[in-house]
Design a binder for this molecule. Structure first.
Ligand code: ADP
Length: 360
């Protein structure tokens, strides 16, 4: 088995609370196994520029498990997608005896990890994104904290909605996925939740708000995923106009709020720190076992991995972005597990959506 001299760790793409716990876990696990670690700053850009710091002692990664953002910073780097950029990144690895990389981020980061693996640098991805849009894992690092942050912010909005007898339509993050919106909607007692994966009944929502106002309900919360661009703002205007037309007694004054990047910060929850620690250590174990081009996953409480190309394919299948040609080229075995996985994830969403409606 290959003997590792040094490895590099980087965070890339959008930041997520808990990334620091993953950096710390992976770095400390590597050092504990006698391997030195380069913390690479600013994602793949730092690999191109050789912007990094060597850690040889676990005490050099102190006081970061509780911090949000990413200690190694992050950047988007288009140069890395070009052959010249890749050549510079490989040269940095060769010059500094970096025999493997741990890349923490989302699907763009994983594409970069595959490229590095194909160029002879074993690379392992760890899913760090608040959006939870990596279909092959049940949860990604940062998802839990982002949901808790959104829930707290919505609780605050509810207080003022109740005082003023208003409705607030709140757009929450999640990129093209409704995972955050769905769970936060339930947890904040929303009157309705709108997500991209399941058709939304706008008319039923408006009728429900009107009926409940007639029954004396003062405040309403509606949660909308940013995966429905512009919809939250439009829905707020519609609820306001439709209820205003009923006269002052039944007018539900409706405001729009976008929580935006506030959801990307904040102290990581215990769940995210734990997930990040488990995934960070697993990434090192798999790397040192000789694996490459994989992403760490957690399914049904068990840590494992998926090949990155397979993980990207199941994402495309879930998002209905897979071409017919790509689908036909899949082996029967791949089709079976990918379809089962998509069914499971969508099934869970439908179940939660039904709960959201039933108890709204
Ligand atoms: P995320 O990892 O959160 O999805 P991005 O899509 O911005 O974020 O990707 C992060 C970085 O990964 C990019 O800035 C780029 O350096 C690298 N990357 C993205 N796509 C590719 C690709 N197709 N090939 C190589 N590197 C890529």
């Amino acid at each position: 088995m290959k003997k590792f001299r040094r490895i590099g760790i980087l965070t890339s793409g959008g930041d997520a609370p808990g990334m620091n716990a993953a950096i710390r876990a992976a770095a400390r696990a590597a050092i504990a196994r006698g391997v030195e670690v380069y913390g690479i700053r600013n994602g793949y850009q730092g690999l191109i520029d050789g912007d990094m710091q060597l850690y040889t002692n676990p005490s050099e990664l102190r006081n970061i498990i509780n911090r949000s953002g990413t200690y190694l910073y992050t950047a988007r780097c288009d140069e890395f997608k070009e052959p010249e950029g890749m050549a510079k990144a490989i040269q940095t690895c060769v010059d500094n005896q970096i025999d493997g990389i741990i890349a923490i981020g989302g699907d763009g980061t994983f594409r970069g990890a595959t490229d590095l693996s194909n160029h002879g640098i074993p690379t392992i991805g760890i899913p760090g994104t608040i959006d939870n849009d990596v279909t092959s894992t049940d949860e990604t690092i940062g998802f839990d904290t982002a949901m808790n942050t959104a829930m707290t912010m919505i609780d605050n909005l509810r207080d003022t909605c109740e005082s003023h007898a208003r409705c607030n339509v709140i757009e929450v993050m999640g990129r093209w996925a409704g995972h955050i919106a769905l769970r936060v909607g339930i947890a904040s007692g929303a009157a309705a939740v709108a997500i991209p994966e399941i058709p939304f009944d706008e008319e039923a929502t408006i009728q429900k708000i009107i009926e409940e106002r007639k029954n004396g309900k003062r405040s309403f919360i509606v949660v909308v995923s940013e995966g429905l661009p512009g919809y939250a703002e439009q829905l707020a205007k519609t609820i306001d106009a439709r209820t205003k037309a009923l006269g002052p007694k039944y007018w539900v004054e409706t405001k729009f709020a976008r929580l935006a990047h506030v959801q990307r910060g904040g102290t990581p929850t215990l769940k995210d720190r734990l997930l990040a620690s488990e995934m960070g250590v697993a990434a090192i174990d798999y790397l040192f076992e000789g694996m490459s081009d994989i992403v760490i996953c957690k399914v049904d409480g068990k840590i494992g991995y998926k090949n990155i190309q397979e993980a990207l394919k199941v994402d495309r299948m879930f998002k209905k972005k897979m071409t017919e040609h790509e689908y036909d080229a899949l082996s029967d075995e791949d089709k079976a597990w990918m379809e089962a996985r998509c069914e499971k994830v969508l099934g869970d969403m439908k179940r939660l959506y039904q709960i959201a409606n039933e108890i709204s």
